[in-house]
Design a protein around this ligand. Sequence first.
Ligand SMILES: C[S@@+](CC[C@H](N)C(=O)[O-])C[C@H]1O[C@@H](n2cnc3c(N)ncnc32)[C@H](O)[C@@H]1O
Length: 205
Amino acid sequence: MANLDFRFDDYTEKFSSKMLAELRSYALEHPFEGPVSIEIGANRGKFLTELAERHPEKTYLGIEIRRSFAGISHRRLKRHGCSNADCIHADANLAIPILFDDGQIDEFFLLYPDPWWKSRHHKRRIIQESFLDLMERKMPKGGKVWIRTDVGPLADEMRDTLILHDAFEPIDVSDYPQEPLPWTNREQHCFEAGIPAHLVYFERV
Ligand SMILES: C[S@@+](CC[C@H](N)C(=O)[O-])C[C@H]1O[C@@H](n2cnc3c(N)ncnc32)[C@H](O)[C@@H]1O
């Protein structure tokens, strides 16, 4: 079978320069002031919209790598009158360094991330040491990381990576049951299919 890795990387190079230009324009047009909660992989924006409606006093940004979903989320937020929230089309790895000052992200949601099952694709998983170094810089002490997934081995791997990092400590999940946060589309599906959720909740220390 053909090895598509090179072609994929070649494609991402071109894709990234366009995305970086879009991100720089967005940063100039929409500078964030004060703390921001971000959701990586907002998909169609169900979770983000419900949370932004509940907390009009807070600022939310969804980051979604698929352009069509980012557009759907953006329009959903506008339709619901959420002037405190937006969703952009970007790779979170590129967007976070450009859009935020150090210590500005006080909450970070990663809900039902893509598992990237094949080992040669593991590098595309969000929770990696280098990304946690970035989060350490961009989050204040006391900032929260809320991760949920239906993939047990992925939850274990993310938990292990976070535990090994000096800047993050686990939060006791019994203090944070599932109900207070809205459900994502994937979560709703899992609940209806009887698939359990794994909670990976950490605090920036
Ligand atoms: C499995 S879906 C889950 C979507 C939603 N959070 C839910 O629970 O229904 C994962 C989402 O993350 C997005 N995604 C994957 N990698 C990303 C990245 N590096 N930056 C931003 N979004 C990403 C995908 O396009 C997809 O919409």
